[in-house]
Every structure is written in structure tokens, then in C-alpha cells.
Design a protein around this ligand. Structure first.
Ligand code: ADP
Length: 150
């Protein structure tokens, strides 16, 4: 059984995340979407709302599970018996950031990080841009699944 953890803040979940998760299902039997809880970070959406958005989006998928975690992602992976971390790459700056984290994670625990390159139509979508559009009263609906409402 190949199980991957897809970690992130999902503040909020976007069409970019969904694309990576659905494509990840071609590689893995099960994907755990893991919402990281960081007490020092300020979020726009509450943890409950972020979890609800994702669960509603994937309600018809038996092989997608949504969980929350704090602490090291590699410790969470071991605890969940997941051998892989799934991440998306939008551009070169994502790569530089992700490379360092993936190398550190491999050093900490035997975990492979698998990267999927984003779909070019949505590589400009990020949770932070969605939050900016929301804050300024713009139309954010094409960048997120229908479950994300204010
Ligand atoms: P984090 O706070 O850990 O960066 P995010 O929720 O912003 O969490 O992102 C989680 C993962 O989803 C990351 O691997 C990120 O690169 C990927 N991702 C985010 N937006 C997109 C997108 N538009 N296309 C592909 N991957 C994306």
C-alpha cells in the first residue's frame, strides 16, 4: 500500500492543490491531506473551515483522508505509516524552497518526497493570492473549489 502525505496550510485550498492531489492518486493508493497547525502563524480561515473545505471537495473519494497535525511532517508521516510526501512545484522559487526541505526530511527520517509540476494554467494560483483578492473584494471563485465560501 503506497500512502502519501500532502502537507500544507490550505488557507484556503485552491484549484492548484486539487490538481496535485488528483494527479497524485495516479501514483499512490491513499493520500492523507495533512493540514499543518502552527500556533505562531495567523490564518484567514479557521482550522475547522479549512478542513471542511477539503472534506467537502473530496467527499466522494474513499482514498483521500483529511487530518490535522503539528510538529515535524516526517514524524506525522511515520505515525501514519506513509512512505511518501507529495508536494507541488509551481516555479523555480518553489523548487529552491522545496529542495532544502525535502533534503532535510530525508536526513531526519527515511521519507521520499515526490514532486508534481503544476499544470501551467494554474501555476499562478496560490493561497496567498486568493487571500489578497478576498481582502480586496475581488472575485476569487475561479481559484478555489465551490466549498470555499466566506
Ligand atoms: P505551505 O504553507 O506548506 O506552502 P500550501 O498550502 O501553500 O502550504 O501548499 C501546499 C503544497 O501545494 C505545496 O507543495 C505547494 O507548492 C503546492 N501548491 C500550492 N499551489 C499550487 C499550484 N497552483 N499548483 C501546484 N502546486 C501548488
Amino acid at each position: 500500500m503506497k500512502r502519501a502525505v500532502f502537507p500544507g496550510s490550505f488557507d484556503p485550498v485552491t484549484v492548484g492543490h486539487i490538481d496535485i492531489i488528483k494527479r497524485g492518486l495516479l501514483l499512490f493508493d491513499e493520500i492523507i491531506i495533512a493540514i499543518g497547525v502552527n500556533a505562531e502563524k495567523k490564518y484567514m480561515f479557521s482550522l475547522e473551515d479549512r478542513k471542511d473545505h477539503i472534506e467537502a471537495t473530496f467527499k466522494d473519494y474513499k482514498n483521500i483522508i483529511v487530518k490535522t497535525y503539528s510538529g515535524l511532517t516526517v514524524d506525522f508521516c511515520k505515525q501514519q505509516n506513509a512512505q511518501f510526501i507529495l508536494r507541488g512545484l509551481r516555479n523555480a522559487s518553489d523548487f529552491a524552497y522545496e529542495q532544502a526541505i525535502a533534503q532535510t526530511n530525508t536526513r531526519l527520517k527515511e521519507i521520499e518526497t515526490v514532486f508534481l509540476v503544476s499544470n501551467p494554467c494554474i501555476s499562478n494560483v496560490s493561497s496567498s493570492i486568493v487571500r489578497d483578492v478576498i481582502r480586496n473584494g475581488g472575485d476569487y471563485t475561479a481559484m478555489v473549489p465551490r466549498s470555499v465560501t466566506l
